[in-house]
Design a protein around this ligand. Structure first.
Ligand SMILES: [Fe+2]
Ligand SMILES: [Fe+2]
Length: 156
C-alpha cells in the first residue's frame, strides 16, 4: 500500500506538473511520493530483518488524470484513510499474534498516519474555502509546502 501511495502521488505530481501554475502542487506530490517509497522500504527492511522475506508485489496503475484540483485532494485524503485502516488492521493482528516487536514497529506508522490525515484534511479545507477563486488558488499553490507534515519532528 505504501508503494501504491508512492505511485498514486507520483501520478498526481505528474498531472499537476503539466497544469499551468500548479508547480507548488506538483512539488508537494513529488515529495509525498518520495516519502511513501521510504515508508515502503522501511517495511521491507523490517520484515527481512525479522526473518521474513518481503516479496515485492505488482502494482495497479494509479489514477493518472484528474478532472479538478479538488478531485486530486479528495483522492489524497481517501488514500490516506485507506492506509490508516490498513495500518490499524496490522496493529490489531500484531496484538492478536502477541508479536510485540511488530506492534512496537507499527507505532511509527500510526503516528505518521495522524500527520498525513491532518495534512490531507487541512489542504481539503483550504481548497473548500478557495472554491474557484483564482487568487485563492494562486496562494494555495504558493503556500502548499508550508502544510507538509506541519509539526514534523525531522523524522522524514
Ligand atoms: Fe505512508
Ligand atoms: Fe501517506
Amino acid at each position: 500500500m505504501e508503494a501504491e501511495s508512492s505511485q498514486a502521488y507520483l501520478a498526481m505530481a505528474s498531472w499537476a506538473d503539466i497544469q499551468p501554475g500548479l508547480q507548488g502542487v506538483a512539488e508537494f506530490f513529488f515529495k509525498q511520493s518520495d516519502e511513501e517509497r521510504i515508508h515502503m522500504l522501511k517495511l521491507i527492511r523490517f520484515i527481512n530483518e525479522r526473518g521474513g522475506f518481503a516479496i515485492v508485489p505488482l502494482l495497479a496503475q494509479p489514477i493518472v488524470t484528474f478532472k479538478s484540483l479538488k478531485f486530486v485532494f479528495d483522492e489524497f485524503l481517501n488514500h490516506e484513510l485507506k492506509v490508516s485502516n490498513s495500518i490499524n488492521d496490522l496493529v490489531h493482528l500484531s496484538l492478536s499474534e502477541k508479536d510485540y516487536a511488530t506492534h512496537n514497529f507499527l507505532q511509527w506508522y500510526v503516528n505518521e498516519q495522524i500527520e498525513e490525515e491532518h495534512t490531507a484534511r487541512t489542504l481539503n479545507d483550504k481548497l473548500e474555502l478557495v472554491g474557484d477563486d483564482k487568487g485563492g488558488l494562486y496562494l494555495f499553490d504558493r503556500d502548499i509546502m508550508m502544510y507538509r507534515g506541519a509539526g514534523e519532528k525531522g523524522k522524514r
